[in-house]
Design a binder for this molecule. Sequence first.
Ligand SMILES: [Zn+2]
Length: 350
Amino acid sequence: MARRELKQDPVLDTTAWLRGLPKAELHLHLEGTVKPETLVELSRRHEASPLTLEDARGLYRYENFLGFLTAFKAVTERLKTPEDYELITYNMIRELAGQGVVHAEVYVSFGIIFYWKKTDVEPYVEAIERGRERGEKDFGTTVLWIVDAVRHFGVEEGARVFRKAAELRKRYPSIVGIGIGGDEARGPADQFRDLYKEARDAGLRLTAHAGESVGPESIWSAINIGAERIGHALAAQHDPELLEILAQKQIPLEINVTSNIKTGCCKAFDEHPVKDYFESGLMVTLNSDDPPMFGSDLLGEYCLAESCYGFTLEQMRELAANAVEASFLDPTRKLALLQKVEQYVGPMPA
Ligand SMILES: [Zn+2]
């Protein structure tokens, strides 16, 4: 593919350049994309004395992991009706498009709906599909869904979630894959081996959060049950043999730098292995996880990679291409997006 030369311009506005770079987001939780403004709107729908914008912003300013969980709970508690899910889907796509994100693969937690809300997921899927279709039409960013089970709710809950995903996939082809999130220590990936095989046989793609809060063994397990992409993979840095396998097999890593710092899984920005991974030839992609809750977004993560880790703009282009390559898009759209990334020169003059 012909690649345009990137001119080194001393007055280049890096943020504008990175905003214009066609980016794909592969690790984003629908429930984690709700901004304070939308939380206020949800609160107005459901509460006699709704949250003010100041209250909502306050919830997103926290000091520790418990504060993050409180914020996440404040959101999920107020996601009550299918219409709420339609609203957050549409708003998410608007936000993504504003950052120059052309495609996103978004985790939606059937686990939360089944387990906490104890209700059928189908009306919720219809609703996020309405939001997706409207959002794609208005803003141009495409979205595929990855149905996420909460691993520490157990294998039986996982089976319900994945079988529902397989069933709904027949009607909604935008449901493209499955994953496991939640507490790695209480829900080892090995337990999900048979379910992953079953999901694969049903045509679903496989991902897993692994090596975020526990050691490299969790990543080994995820690979061994067939995960095609690894969410976080922070702990791989402690296992040279694993790093070799990840490089050799080019298993895409969904890296979430700011998330790892804010949850305390990584102590400091200069201790994060993102640049080492990249330089060791691993298939690195940048992602934002639960952006407003971590005070970041995908554009912010790209800016951080440039300013904090010294990625050059050509390397940023490579990261963007990696994300498209690692996506579950069909080959035609993948190729079209890869061409856009390769030929990108910079933002249009205002
Ligand atoms: Zn995640």
